[in-house]
Design a protein around this ligand. Structure first.
Ligand code: G4P
Length: 531
């Protein structure tokens, strides 16, 4: 195997999805304990931690103590090169959060054991399912009182529609948490509060057939409960099937406590074995394998204005095949020209670091003078192909936006169009009128503030925003077969257009979507816009 194929085979690129406060940051930090962090791109955010947001490119971030942009971490562990893509949560949830998942090959879903499946996990999960990527579940905070384990698994199966296969099984929770039973190795990992250290709890190889020894270690009640649960589990849960896992149909489930660093390394070890090296990606000329010699990549995120003095942007791309070398000539397919990627970096914001070489599976950021758009392809100059586009994700908040000074219409339109081009917001117009009325749609409400701030600071335009009550947007998939003007809608339905003249529908209530479908036979609505 060539050194180059080895480099690609050792890479694992994944995103962590969770609802805020489930423990994503804590888990990520514990991962970093096991490998020397090579690159820290952006932030591992933390209200209390000093390592807050390297990407302090915007005042809003500083004021709020959150990071608006998603980031990438790279570290090595056990001969693997791991890229973790951070998916911003809290109020900074935005389309970038979704897009980041387009660059990942698998996802780790962190669930709070006392809460179960929560809203944001559900949303992000949908995107993983759309891509059929493997999903690994880490049920966190077992050191606190947890919900019944079977109930938690049941909820994941019912709410998310994915079969579960526990790889380990908790022995108690909260004060009674004793550790986990490793179903594959048939041994017990005893919980010890390793908060200050970096070591996992001691592993005791206890066969569950040796009931006496088991009882001596975990006590009679815990033993009986465990044996009963294992019997139930062996009979009822889905069997471990690596193909089903890799196809995103079955999620392996692990239990642990990130804060006390229990179950984290155990998880990491299994995860690295079960997950695959960079996946092949589909382009218009067919499937492109990561080990193909020639470099190719696609842009999944554009971050604007990291330096306020210059209106510069950084385009983040996922390398899909081959090797990237600084200074190499590549073709920007959508722009139709050959170029040298300038200032390639593997690190964002103030801790940027130049990249000399990177391989399929890695993420790099390059200086963007305003030529890239989300979804663009880069490849070798003697080739021309395009990777499948990145879908437009449904915004959930809408506002009508006007510039206060009518003389500044031109700057307003320029600013708002550029910001939309970066993918931070989506802009729409009324169905019948011209561009006079602009409707802005965002995935996370913080983007409204970002928009206002940027229009004022970068384009010198003040705006007035009027929030609209709509929460559900649908693209019309079969637009050529449907006369939108004649659709029989509900009273809370609004017709709008995007800049490409596609018709869309806005609804206040979720049930109106179903009602409209019922009233208009043959109408096909979609939650994702295809680019
Ligand atoms: P997030 O990135 O998913 O939003 O969650 P984060 O890791 O920031 O964790 C949220 C809170 O939950 C933090 O407490 C964190 O210490 C705690 N936590 C994470 N993992 C565990 C765990 O395994 N067990 C317990 N008991 N707590 C856990 P906080 O008080 O909100 O923040 P901080 O003051 O500790 O930073």
């Amino acid at each position: 195997m060539s050194q180059y194929t080895q480099e690609i085979n050792k890479r694992r690129t994944f995103a962590i999805i969770s609802h805020p406060d489930a423990g994503k940051t804590t888990l990520t930090e514990k991962f970093l304990l096991y490998g020397g962090a090579i690159n820290l791109a952006g932030s591992v955010k933390g209200k209390a931690t000093a390592r807050h947001a390297v990407s302090d490119w915007m005042e809003i971030e500083k004021e709020r103590g959150i990071s608006v942009t998603s980031s990438v971490l790279q570290f090595e562990y056990d001969n693997y090169c791991i890229n973790i893509l951070d998916t911003p949560g809290h109020q900074d949830f935005s389309e970038d959060t979704y897009r980041t998942l387009m660059a990942a090959d698998s996802a780790v879903m962190v669930i709070d054991a006392s809460k179960g499946v929560e809203a944001q996990t559900r949303k992000l999960f949908k995107v993983c399912v759309m891509r059929n990527i493997p999903i690994f579940t880490f049920i966190n905070k077992m050191d606190r009182e947890a919900r019944d384990t079977f109930d938690l698994l049941d909820e994941i199966e019912k709410e998310l529609g994915i079969a579960t296969c526990p790889v380990n099984w908790p022995i108690g929770s909260g004060k009674g948490f004793q550790g986990v039973f490793d179903r594959q190795k048939s041994c017990i990992h005893m919980f010890s509060d390793t908060l200050k250290g970096t070591k996992e709890g001691a592993t005791k190889e206890v066969s569950i057939e040796d009931e006496q020894q088991l009882e001596a270690i975990i006590g009679k009640d815990a033993k009986e409960l465990l044996l009963g649960e294992i019997e139930l589990l062996d009979g009822a849960s889905a069997e471990f099937d690596i193909d089903q896992i890799q196809g995103g149909k079955l999620t392996p489930v692990f239990f642990g406590s990130a804060l006390t660093n229990f179950g984290v390394e155990l998880f990491l070890k299994y995860f690295l074995k079960m997950t695959s090296s960079p996946l092949a990606r589909t382009a218009d000329i067919g499937v492109i394998n990561p080990t193909e010699k020639d470099f190719s990549a696609f842009v999944f995120k554009i971050q604007a204005n990291m330096n306020k003095a210059h209106r510069d942007r950084v385009a983040f791309m996922r390398i899909c095949s081959g090797k990237f070398q600084a200074g190499m000539e590549v073709k920007h397919v959508q722009g139709g020209r050959t170029m040298r990627l300038s200032q390639p970096q593997q690190i964002m914001a103030s801790e940027r670091k130049m990249v000399e070489e990177a391989y399929a599976g890695d993420i790099i950021g390059v200086f963007d003078p305003g030529i890239f758009s989300i979804g663009d392809t880069l490849c070798m100059s003697n080739e021309t192909f395009k990777y499948e586009g990145i879908p437009t994700f449904a915004p959930e908040h809408f506002a009508r936006v006007r510039q206060i000074d009518t003389m500044k219409r031109k700057q307003f339109m320029k600013g708002i169009t550029q910001i939309a081009q970066e993918g931070a917001i989506q802009i729409f117009q009324e169905y019948n009128t011209g561009m006079e009325e602009i409707i802005v749609g965002v995935v996370g409400v913080l983007q409204f503030e970002v928009l206002k701030y940027r229009l004022e600071n970068e384009y010198n335009v003040e705006i007035r925003m009027e929030n609209l009550p709509y929460e559900h947007i649908r693209w019309i998939d079969n637009k050529h077969e449907v006369d939108i003007a004649k659709l029989v809608g509900t009273s809370d339905m609004k017709r709008i257009k995007d800049l490409k003249d596609n018709s869309l529908l806005l609804f206040i209530h979720a049930w109106s979507v179903g009602m409209t479908l019922e009233r208009n036979k043959g109408l096909i609505l979609s939650e994702f816009g295809k680019n």
